[in-house]
Design a protein around this ligand. Structure first.
Ligand SMILES: [Zn+2]
Length: 45
């Protein structure tokens, strides 16, 4: 499963999200700060 991760705070979206959020709900970083990664690579997951 691919998830979007916020490179600023590490927040990850739900796996069914096709697009990153407009802003991170945790740190309010813009969607340019999000990166699509495999869920298995999420730190501490
Ligand atoms: Zn964030």
């Amino acid at each position: 499963m691919k998830v979007w991760i916020c490179k600023v705070c590490g927040y990850t979206t739900n796996p069914d999200e096709k697009e990153p959020p407009m802003v991170c709900p945790i740190c309010y970083a813009s969607k340019e700060e999000f990166e699509l990664i495999d869920q298995n690579d999420v730190p501490g997951y």
